[in-house]
Ligand binder design. Sequence first.
Ligand SMILES: Cc1ncc(C[n+]2csc(CCOP(=O)(O)OP(=O)(O)O)c2C)c(N)n1
Ligand SMILES: [Mg+2]
Length: 358
Amino acid sequence: MRISTKYAPRKPANGQARSCISETSLKPAQLLELYRYLKLTRLVEERIVNLYRQTKVVGGVYRSLGQEATAVGSAYALRPDDFITPIIRDLGAVFVKGVRPREIFAQYMAKAWGPSGGKDLNVHFGYLDKGFIGPISHLGDMIPGMTGILLGARMQKKDIVGLAYIGDGGASTGAFYEGMNFAAVQRLPLIVIAEYNHYAYSTPTNLQTAVRNLAERAAAFGIPGHIVDGNDVVACYEVTKQAIDYARQGKGAVLIEAKTYRRKGHAEHDDQRYVPEGEVEYWEKHNDPIDRFEKFLLDQGVATKEKLEEITADVMREIDEDSEWAESSPMPEPEGAAYGVFDNANVPPAFRPKVLAE
Ligand SMILES: Cc1ncc(C[n+]2csc(CCOP(=O)(O)OP(=O)(O)O)c2C)c(N)n1
Ligand SMILES: [Mg+2]
């Protein structure tokens, strides 16, 4: 079993600033679209933090600061009818799948017009028609979940692939192993992006697994493993594209490990006091995925500084408009909580009839 390290992170020579890999099949317009998704992810999260500090966001806020390239680059390689199941650091993939910022703001503010109609306060929602399966909170469970979806799709003769994200912590659960094993033996088109972001809550990765690279576990399942520089959006796209082509040809599952770094705490309430001094600052200064992609776009002549500023201004306009829309949208009616828990075509609303009648 060989692990491809073609996309592994390398230190830049002579202390030069990092960029992205230059071999890419992406066209300039697609590269600019990737840039837009990266900025959108970062700036939407910043706005959610502002709303949280104003107590307008009622649940926990999980950031993907510093990891945006992993989610955006990998999801960008999918077809619209392919499936994803994101976890808390994958807002970028949700945007690539076609969800709009207004839906995210409304969801975080528990508004009636949010995707869960106020039933959840952050990431637990999905859009089956967009190929987006909402996450189950239990770490690891979405691997067998997605495996089942792909088995069902095969029975229906659909050639979709599934992209499931998992953290370094989640990849130590039993559900991860069982799901991976079943997908591997069934040769299902499952691509797993294992996000090595150095922490699971406050636990550094080297204190919760003895392997150095999560991709090494591919050997245990008999499937290919790749290591990708998770802060290089182009590399993330290319390695996922390659895995998708492989999976869609019927060759089976692939494990991709993205090396990245979680620059914020587990959630906004976490002050990261367990992080060694200077570590976050190092990644911010030397390995920010957006800085790296900007350098790439400018060096390759894909965009000018002005063009990138124009894209950012456009993203900000969308965020202002959408957060205003969400803020001024209604809160749910209390009775709404009774609906949509089970399929109401088969099961009556979940409250006692008397409560609903009043
Ligand atoms: C089975 C299970 N155990 C514990 C938790 C609580 N929990 C939620 S997120 C998290 C840390 C996840 O770390 P990791 O998988 O590395 O993902 P990251 O947050 O770094 O993206 C924990 C322990 C859970 N949701 N499910
Ligand atoms: Mg982690």
